[in-house]
Design a binder for this molecule. Sequence first.
Ligand SMILES: [Fe+2]
Length: 231
Amino acid sequence: MRIENKQRKIKVTIDTDQSNFRTLNNKDEPILRIVKINHGNSINENHSMKTTQSADQIIYFLKQCADAIKIQTNNPTVLKGAEIFSQRIKSPTEKQFNPHLLPVIAQIEHLSSTPFTFNFQQIVTDMVWRPSPRTDEKGEQMALGIFNEVLDLGDIVVGLLVVDKHQSYPLHQHRPQELYLVLSGTGDWRYGGSEEFNTLVPGDVIYNHPNDLHGVNALDEPILALYVLWK
Ligand SMILES: [Fe+2]
């Protein structure tokens, strides 16, 4: 099953006034809260420690992702990973956390709307976004949304990968096995032990064995993907 990749666009712009949030309400476009971004810093001093409400929305989003993975794959290894993921997000302990944004989050104005992006919009500004340790750039073109900073997920690692259009997330490898669920954007992915890149669309699920080299090249729109690593 493939989830249709509709080409509606989500508008994200940087708020330039002093309010934390305001809403863009254009008939033709989904609504996304807009946030002032201080490059690389927390949103501002008033937007302090977050918990319960944000965590509930994040758990809801993660459950949507877990269900989609189970529907999408019949690979027993991926299903096992998805089941572990589902267990960890059933009633995780919430952490106190400071939302943290990066410039690329405001630049994803061409993120295509998919069945996942509405719930993503609800959490994007409450997330903890970090630059990737695998690149030198500081969150201008790509970012990782670290769910483990928000929820106690035990021994698994769960995050969102954002790669701006025409940017590449570098080839890398690691010991834990990993699954990805593509949430928005079309890109060329290397995964699963292959040396070739294949084009994936929203709804696709891929699996990396331990130490498989993997990476992604975003095409004409930003990539948003969920990743789960487990032992
Ligand atoms: Fe990885």
